[in-house]
Design a protein around this ligand. Structure first.
Ligand code: NAD
Length: 282
């Protein structure tokens, strides 16, 4: 069954999730704070659709259908008709809490909110949303149209039918859903980010250049990209927020973010999205 799904946000992940949903015939209402960020998101989506047409993966007609299935708005109230809203805004607890609380007032009582948070406690988001039974984590990976796994993270308050609905949706999108307990980092980021953080420390200690570390992890472990390329892809601000959330949960030095990572974020060196991170882009 195809439905109209609301998306909060217009960044890397929100646009990837939109592209995934419209490729499976869902209609999407994407809400962002400003027309400018919406225009930017739509331009990125259009460019990706054009790329798929050029590669003959989809026809011009399919590209148009996908484009026409997306409505952009800056009004939160426009999501009121959606039975499911996926939140994918900045990884900042207070910002998410405020927006989720505001959103909830526009939705019907049975509507579901799913958060694409990487690490924040789902229960805190669920309580902030004022619908703790109808709230769940739905954690996609980057790029969302391509990566197979979706972590489905119920809060301790989440209704069973909400878990079933989100698992079924993930499967219908061609994904492989994994139901995970609500603990910081879930499975993937709890394992991945300490490794990425260690790579920065290794580099800082002069063990090897970032290029050498990336190359070694690709050739030695069969990873598709090395840790520095991956940090740039994820975004250094998001990576720092993930490390801080892991540290907040476990209070163990193993999860303390690299000082270099923190300073790069302060400097606005956020990776691919700003054109400069560990590497330079564009
Ligand atoms: N980047 C990844 O690899 C990745 C993977 C999985 C999940 N996530 C999660 O997805 C979410 C979005 O991350 P992203 O990588 O797309 O980030 P991004 O920086 O690309 O986008 C952030 C979005 O948040 C919006 N935003 C910023 N401040 C806001 C505010 N005060 N109020 C409302 N919206 C605001 C921005 O306009 C933008 O649309 C985060 O929760 C992140 O942890 C990221």
């Amino acid at each position: 069954m195809t439905i109209t799904i609301g998306i909060l946000g217009s960044g890397i992940m929100a646009t990837g999730i939109v592209e995934l949903l419209v490729s499976h015939d869902h209609a999407v209402i994407m809400r962002s704070r400003s027309q400018a960020s919406g225009d930017d998101a739509m331009a990125r989506i259009e460019a990706n659709l054009a790329r798929l047409v050029a590669k003959e993966k989809i026809t011009e007609t399919q590209a148009k259908q996908r484009r026409d299935a997306i409505t952009f708005t800056t009004e939160l109230s426009d999501l009121g008709q959606c039975k499911l809203v996926i939140e994918s805004i900045i990884e900042h607890a207070a910002t998410k809490h405020d927006l989720l609380s505001e959103l909830s007032d526009f939705l019907s009582d049975d509507a579901i909110i799913a958060s694409n948070t990487s690490t924040l406690p789902i229960i805190d988001l669920a309580v902030a949303s004022k619908r703790p039974q109808r709230f769940i984590g739905m954690h996609f990976f980057n790029p969302a149209p391509l990566m197979a796994t979706v972590e489905v993270v119920p809060a301790i308050t989440t209704d069973e039918d909400v878990i079933d609905t989100v698992v079924a949706l993930a499967r219908s999108l061609g994904k492989d859903p994994v139901v995970v307990k609500d603990q910081a980092g879930f499975i993937v980021n709890a394992l991945l980010f300490p490794y990425l953080n260690e790579a920065i420390k290794l580099h800082d200690n002069g063990v090897a250049s970032k290029e050498a570390i990336d190359s070694a992890m690709k050739g030695g472990c069969g990873f598709p990209m090395g840790p520095f390329a991956l940090l740039d892809l994820v975004g250094l601000d998001t990576s720092l927020a993930i490390m801080d959330a892991l540290y907040a949960e476990h209070k163990h030095p193993q999860y303390a973010a690299s000082p270099r990572l923190r300073r790069m974020v302060s400097a606005g060196l956020l990776g691919r999205k700003t054109g400069q991170g560990f590497y330079t882009y564009g």
